[in-house]
Design a protein around this ligand. Sequence first.
Ligand code: SAM
Length: 331
Amino acid sequence: MENLESKTASHSKEASHIPVLLEETIDALNVQPGDNAIDGTIGGGGHSAEILKHSSPSGQLIGLDSDTTAIRHATERLQPFAGRVHIIQANYSKLKQIRDEQFPNLPIRSVLLDLGLSSLELEDRDRGFSFLNDTAPLDMRFSKEGRTAADILNTAPKNFLKNILSEYGQENYTRQIADEILRVRQKQKFSTVGDLVAAVLRVYRETLHSKSDIPWIGGRHPATKTFQALRMAVNDELSHLENGLEQAIDVLESGGRLAIISFHSGEDRIVKEFFRKESRDCLCPPEVPVCRCGHHARLKIITRKVVQPGRNEIKHNPRARSAKLRVAEKK
Ligand SMILES: C[S@@+](CC[C@H](N)C(=O)[O-])C[C@H]1O[C@@H](n2cnc3c(N)ncnc32)[C@H](O)[C@@H]1O
């Protein structure tokens, strides 16, 4: 069983998403034979396959993803581990409910959240995640539920647009882009990726007095930040992260570990602050002489310094360049 599992899994050609910080994540999670794990963002199944190799022969893995395509890819990729894998289409912000209802007696030693989107989603020409696919619909939902990117562009108030461009996109020209979105939608609704790219390019050309078709900014397409901001808003990514962190602690048994890989400064800030808060015994302000909050540390931080990919990994997988890994252990 072990040989068949490791051989087949390492030679699978199904998934084209390259798992980020793979060795570092598996080492820090310290997965041992027989350990059970939850991968809240199973994607193409790359991290899960490695967890399953280390937890052989009996460790179970619950794999969640909001995206049907990811579920299909992960199911194919993890076929060699079939008896030990339970793949469920769900938001990881429901991970405690899923564990409690469907796997009530399963002690969990590791939880992994590898945030954002996978290359499988980015490269899917029908999803609207990439500004390169002009004719794709402006959808950007990981699941098929809720508002699409087009819904937001066509209805959201100007301040909402400015806020997401600033908070999620760290965009410099928030007012100008929000104004342009409002101007465009009065005449015609946003429907394709090309509609949004054209609006952003108009703003950049005008603001920078540029005559080039695409005024690249430090090697980046001007629409990069707008697309990131919209995707994070469509999928409510930061709220799910806050929920998911709480639930991860709840489901872990003592000594179990939680690993988070983030790609955005807002995500990393949430993880860092959550780990800091949950590794302290008292959260009272310093001027309070005797603790009144009664808070007890629930975590021990394992990665004192954030772990980032080395030059070699970035060379082979440029998508890894903004990845940050933080790991903590349940007390
Ligand atoms: C970076 S990829 C994970 C890749 C995976 N670790 C691998 O090795 O193939 C992130 C995945 O998380 C999923 N995702 C994002 N937010 C989610 C959420 N709140 N709940 C469940 N899945 C989510 C996306 O659909 C995507 O498939």
